[in-house]
Design a protein around this ligand. Structure first.
Ligand SMILES: [Zn+2]
Length: 475
């Protein structure tokens, strides 16, 4: 007896797109069968997916929920938490979110995770995980704790090579400590997830532009520029190469120089992976000039149209593997409070429209196969982050995280239809498909626009990076 049969859809499986039925028992996928082969009375429920696209639930490997940011006046702003962002994600067909746990001064790695659990346990309707985020001047005992954390199922370490803004300290990790961290990651099977910018170039440009009174946020691309991405990517990739076995995931690649650096590292056989963000694929620094232009921004900044082209090329040539959001959910008022190069809020609103918008951009406008689309919004993140095949696959034994897209759905993205904020940078963007059913571990969370989930539905996902990922064989 099955709990659920999803009937008649085009199912995106690891072996390609198959017209079949998907049966779910409990929290996992129990069978894939010829259409109609499973009797309707063998399940408690049948969902008709005829004409639909059945895909693994979306995975966003880079989000910030319940995140503390400082407004230009110095007062803290806490962005929306998983109890809010998770609902939006599920409406948009995404079932797993990976956020960050801040390994602050005085905390052990385990305490960092426990502190972050307070924001998630009993609050997240999506399944979730954390990247542990290293801060400046880690204590001498951090190597041992990192090894323990990897073994305990927290195998990804976030490292910044810049403080991003002149007013911020505590993020940038120096190269000696990064070198030390890479040795631990390589030895114990961890993965470095990297925010790479060249701090000298970035801080130099802040000082220069402030001196020259070019302080409007429309100048951000001059600060967080292509040269910074070039130098910082090459430096960190060279460091990784010097510690055999170091696997890295380069977050939010924003420039052609970053794409080229990753491609060169991969040609040497190094286990280096690339992520870009959906807004880098759609907007350029020109868009800063539009009304409320801050809504398109995150750090590093938007770049040129040529950079955008290079990023697209990366998604089609095994250099960019994941399209994430860098979600940071706040109101339009808060997102546009800062208007200078040195106080504009980073992060995006976009966890809900990601799957729908990327379907339009990839499958409809650029002719990507459904399999490549699913790789970029789900499967590759599962593979790289140590969740595959539990997540990111429609396969027997995998978690029944299933999204049904309706490719007949037409219209445009409108903030009023979404569940995120009072604005969306995607307002007016054309839709050619939209998630109509989202299932998390066998439970129908969203169907026909109605939400059936609860804050207790999500679970923490302990992870182990696969040997294929660590050796560079994946995806
Ligand atoms: Zn981020």
């Amino acid at each position: 007896m099955f709990d659920l049969i999803i009937r008649g859809g085009n199912v995106v499986t690891p072996r390609g797109v198959v017209h079949c039925d998907v049966a779910v028992a409990g929290e996992t996928i129990a069978a894939l069968a010829q259409p109609g082969a499973l009797a309707a009375d063998s399940a408690n429920r049948v969902i008709d997916a005829t004409q639909g696209i059945v895909m693994p639930g979306g995975i966003d490997p880079h989000v910030h929920m319940h995140h503390v940011w400082f407004k230009p006046d110095g007062t803290p702003l806490v962005t929306a938490g998983p109890e809010h962002v998770g609902i939006a994600a599920l409406h948009g067909g995404t079932t797993t979110l990976i956020d960050f746990a801040f390994w602050r001064d005085g905390l052990t790695a385990r305490q960092a995770v426990e502190a972050r659990d307070k924001d998630f346990v009993g609050k997240s309707p999506c399944d979730w995980a954390y990247h542990i985020m290293l801060h400046t001047e880690p204590p001498p005992e951090f190597s041992g704790q990192l090894a323990e954390a990897i073994q305990a199922g927290y195998p990804t370490l976030k490292i910044f090579t810049t403080n991003i803004l002149p007013s911020r300290t505590g993020r940038m990790v120096d190269f000696g400590d990064i070198w030390e961290a890479f040795q631990v990651l390589a030895k114990h099977g961890g993965l470095g997830v990297i925010h790479a910018e060249d701090n000298d170039i970035v801080m130099h440009m802040y000082a220069k532009l402030i001196r020259e009174n070019q302080v409007g946020f429309e100048h951000l691309a001059k600060v967080h520029n292509q040269l910074s991405e070039d130098l910082s990517f090459r430096r960190i990739l060279r460091l990784a190469e010097s510690v055999p076995g170091t696997a890295l995931y380069m977050m939010h690649v924003s420039a052609g120089t970053g794409v080229t650096a990753i491609a060169e590292a991969r040609r040497k056989g190094l286990p280096i992976y690339g992520e870009t963000l959906h807004q880098y694929l759609n907007w350029s620094a020109e868009d800063y000039k539009r009304p409320n232009g801050q809504i398109y921004h995150t750090y590093p900044s938007l770049k040129s149209k040529d950079d955008q082209k290079a990023l697209w090329h990366g998604t089609a040539s095994d250099t960019i593997h994941c399209v994430a959001t860098d979600e940071l959910c706040c109101t339009l008022k808060d997102k546009t409070l800062g208007d200078r190069i040195d106080n504009t809020t980073g992060g995006n609103s976009g966890v809900e429209p990601r799957l729908g918008v990327m379907y339009t951009e990839m499958v409809v406008r650029r002719g990507y196969s459904l399999s490549r689309y699913v790789d970029l919004v789900s499967s590759n993140a599962a593979k790289i982050m140590g969740l595959y095949p539990r997540k990111g696959a429609i396969a027997v034994g995998s978690d029944a995280d299933i999204t049904i897209l309706d490719p007949a759905r037409r219209g445009t993205v409108r903030a009023v239809d979404l569940h995120e904020s009072d604005y969306t940078p995607w307002e007016g963007h054309e839709i050619n498909a939209w998630p109509v059913v989202t299932i998390l571990r066998g439970k129908v969370m969203v169907e026909g626009g109605q939400y059936f989930g609860s804050q207790n539905d999500g679970r923490y996902l302990k992870r182990k990076i696969s040997s294929e990922t660590l050796s560079g064989a994946l995806p």
